[in-house]
Design a binder for this molecule. Structure first.
Ligand code: PGA
Length: 254
């Protein structure tokens, strides 16, 4: 059985004191839910502080990006060993990085390798644009992104994939449960091809894109969907809590 996972991607939001406030608002209640992996991904500058706040709780920590070189003259970048010291997960290949920072499959691939080398668990994001979706190219795009991002990388337990259709991110226009389930099923099939049946059975594949406390149940009831990568709604303690609680309840009765 795959343990469901809800990861909050705070993106470029919250000062350090706002991050403290947000964690404090939800820490206790989140900690009590034990059949869901709960992850918060604050901005780099808040990682150390949040880490102290969640110490001893069941809440886990992730970063939103990573650089692939180990150290050196790369002004402004954050290396894998720096993150490995602080957190357990790292989001890689988010569509905002691909779109605004020109991240290609090749760069994503290097970042995944670098993360795995220091035992960070990558959350690899894939997803198609609106025009690609409308042209019926979802399968082609997602398959290409998976293949380029994972090329030459052996299967490692702990690798997580998030299917995030770009047209659903931050738009309030989520995919339907069936749409997300279908594409995630396709991703799982790709994992069988790339790795093995066993890897595909074990791998957690999340949905992301306008997940909130109203539509969570629709996704969590789907057999292929193992959780969510939540953006906007993860910045509101009550919404994030509700998403985790609903996931916990649905999975208990499944
Ligand atoms: P959203 O973002 O929930 O605000 O749509 C999701 C994401 O980009 O991870």
């Amino acid at each position: 059985m795959r343990v469901p996972m809800i990861a909050g991607n705070w993106k470029m939001n919250t000062t350090v004191s706002e991050a403290v406030e947000l964690v404090n608002e939800m820490r206790q209640e989140l900690d009590q839910i034990d059949n869901v992996d709960k992850i918060v991904c604050p901005p780099f500058i808040s990682l150390a502080t949040v880490r102290e706040l969640i110490k001893g709780s069941s809440i886990k920590l992730g970063a939103q990006n990573i650089y692939f070189e180990e150290k050196g003259a790369y002004t402004g970048e954050i290396s894998p060993p720096m993150l490995a010291d602080l957190c357990e997960f790292v989001i890689i290949g988010h569509s905002e990085r691909r779109q605004y920072f020109n991240e290609t499959g090749e760069i994503t691939n290097k970042k995944i390798r670098a993360a795995l080398k220091v035992n960070l668990k990558p959350i690899l994001c894939v997803g198609e644009k609106l025009e690609e979706n409308e042209a019926g190219r979802t399968e082609e795009i997602v398959t290409e992104q998976l293949k380029s991002s994972l090329a030459g990388i052996g299967y490692r337990n702990g690798l997580i994939i998030a299917y995030e259709p770009i047209w659903a991110i931050g738009t309030g226009k989520a995919a339907t449960g069936e749409q997300a389930n279908e594409t995630i099923g396709l991703i799982r099939y790709n994992i069988v091809e790339l790795y093995s049946k066993r890897a595909a059975q074990d791998m957690r594949i999340l949905y992301g894109g306008s997940v909130n406390d109203v539509n969570t149940a629709e996704f969590m009831k789907q057999p292929e969907i193992d959780g969510a990568l939540v953006g906007g709604a993860s910045l509101k303690a009550n919404q994030f809590l509700s998403i985790v609680k609903q996931t916990s309840e649905i999975r208990q009765t499944r």
